[in-house]
Design a protein around this ligand. Sequence first.
Ligand SMILES: C[S@@+](CC[C@H](N)C(=O)[O-])C[C@H]1O[C@@H](n2cnc3c(N)ncnc32)[C@H](O)[C@@H]1O
Length: 236
Amino acid sequence: MHEIAAKRESFRIFDRIAGIYDLINDVISLGLQRFWRRQMIQVLPKGDALNIIDLATGTADVPLTLIKEKKVCSVLGVDLSQNMLQVGRKKIEKAGLESRISLQVGDAMSLACESSFYDAVTISFGIRNMPDPDRCLQECFRVLKQGGRAIVLEFGQPRNRVMLLLFQIYMKIFVTPIGALMGHATAYRYLDQTVKTFPSGDKFIKLMNEAGFTQAGMKSLMGGIVMLYWADKLKK
Ligand SMILES: C[S@@+](CC[C@H](N)C(=O)[O-])C[C@H]1O[C@@H](n2cnc3c(N)ncnc32)[C@H](O)[C@@H]1O
């Protein structure tokens, strides 16, 4: 399938693997995914009682991480996969956080949300799956208040050749076979492909700037295997 068409349908893959998504994530990231998500907290915008929208929220790990922060008031998680959200809802109920975290089915490239409402928009390992990441960034810009911030966590392309090689080997001999072992070979082959082609570093910052953001910054985690990006919607 063509890459854009595959991405349009990617939520169906997540619908199929929702029940084991958290487990696979922990295994293939060696537990590091929790540490990566916590890095988003470090770059939250200033202020109190922040209202945040988390796009491609999956099983709600980002909302559950952010809500622990004192200055966060509420998080709305949006995803196209009903089954991923269903797993997320159970986790939110178990944590007794239904009054502060809500989940909603929706497309991150066409949000059913009012403009200029949120203090922050977050996306963790999600924008790579969108057929039109520019459109998603434009939606992030639209729903943010002036002075609000977009924060994106995504796989990168390590610049260091040794790191890049190690990462590619790790994907080939660890991630894809584990996916296959769990009966989801296509899903994890797809992960490998999207990681290779998605813009990272300065190329991704350029996309953020083109969507209207300013004061963009980035931090590389694990030699660039994972990248944390942030950028602001300036106050006029
Ligand atoms: C790799 S998971 C990431 C989940 C979660 N953010 C995390 O960090 O674990 C990618 C998610 O993106 C969702 N997704 C893909 N395309 C989407 C779209 N256009 N709008 C909203 N969610 C989408 C999938 O359903 C899936 O749950």
